[in-house]
Write a protein that binds this ligand. Sequence first.
Ligand SMILES: Cc1ncc(COP(=O)(O)O)c(C=O)c1O
Length: 399
Amino acid sequence: MIDAGAEQAAYAGFLKTYPEYERTRVVDALRTSEYRRLDAQRHVYLDYTGGGLYAESQVREHAELLNHGVFGNPHSASVTSSGMTSLVERARRAVLTWFNAGNDYTGVFTQNATAALKQVGESYPFAPGGCYLLTFDNHNSVNGIREFARAKGASVVYAPITTPELRIDRARLSELFAQGNPSADNLFAYPAQSNFSGVTHPLDLVDEAHAAGWDVLLDAAAYVPANRLDLRAEKADFVSVSFYKMFGYPTGIGCLLVRNAALPKLRRPWFAGGTVNFATVQGRRHILAPGEAGFEDGTLNYLAIPAVEIGLRHLAAVGIETIQTRVRCLTGWLLKQLLDLRHTNGPSRGAHLRAGDDGGAWRHRDDEFLRRGRTPARLPASRGTGQPGAHLAAHRLLL
Ligand SMILES: Cc1ncc(COP(=O)(O)O)c(C=O)c1O
C-alpha cells in the first residue's frame, strides 16, 4: 500500500530535481486518451526503445484506411495498385522529411533495422586492404556485418570504449581512422545510442570519419525513438531504423537511409523480383532498378507502410523534444532510485539488475553475479537514454 502523503512528497521532490518535466504534461493527457489500456490493465511500461507503444488513434486511422480502400500490389499498374504506390511513396517522403534528409538520401523500406544493416553488409565493397571498423558496444546485427567483411578479405577492427563511462575512446578511434588504407573502401559503424549501455555517442564522429576517408554506418535504431536525427547536419552514409521502436505500430517495417553520394558504392550480390528493370534467362544478364527499387526485394509490406506515415504524424503531434525530455527525466530518476537500493540487512555491494528471461521485465538481483564474475547477457535497450550519469549507472549495474 503506497502512502499518499509520501507519494506526493516524492513527486514534489522529483519536480524540484526535474522542473522541465512539467513541460511534458501533454503525455499525461495522452495516457488517458490514447493509452488507456495501460491503466486498465495496470501496466507500467518502461522499455521505450525496445519497442514503443502505439496510440489507439494510429491503429484506428490505419484500419479506416484499409477498410475504406481497395489496394493492389504496388508492383502493378492497375488503379488499385497505383493508389497503393502513391501511399507507399507518400510514406517514403514522410520518412525522408522526418529525418530532414531532403533530396540527399534514398529511403529503402526493409523489414527492420537488422535487414537494413544486412543490406549494407552484403553490398558494401569490402575487399583486401579495406577495413570494417566498429565500436565495442554495437548491436549484434552490426557485429554480424564482420562476417561479410571477413569473407571478402577486409580486416575487422574493434574500437574500444572507456570504463567506467562506456563512451567511445576518441583518441584511440582517431588513431584507427588514421590507419585506414586511403586507396581502399573503409567502413566505420557505430550506434547513435548503444542498445547495450544506453549511452548516446557523439554524432560529430560522422564528420571526423569522413574527413579521414571513411564511410559511416550509423545505427540509429535505439536513438531515434526519443531523439531527433537531422541528416542534413549528420551526413552518415548509411542509417538504420526500425519503426516499431519509434511509435509502436506497425512492426515489420524498417528503413535504410542511404546518402545518394554513397549509393553507387553499394553492389547488390543478387537480384530479385521487383529489383530489376531487366533480366534474361538465356543471356544471364540483369539490370538493377535505380534507387530504392534496386534494394527492395520482392513485394513490400505495402498494406502496413501507410501506418508509418500515420505513426510519424503521431510522433510529430506529441513532439520528439517532449518525448526526449520526458524520457530523460524519468530515466534520471529511475537510475537514482535503483542506485539507492539497499538490502534490508545493510548496503548492497553490487545491487544488480538484469533483463528478465522474457527480455522485458527487470529483476533485482543480489550480488551473486558479482561473486561469480559474470555479467548479464542482455540488458533492456532504454536504460540510459543519453542521461548524464546513465553510463555510470549502467556500468555499476553491469559489474
Ligand atoms: C541499436 C540497435 N540496433 C539494431 C537493433 C535491431 O533492431 P531490429 O531487431 O528491429 O532489427 C536494435 C534493437 O533493439 C537496436 O537497439
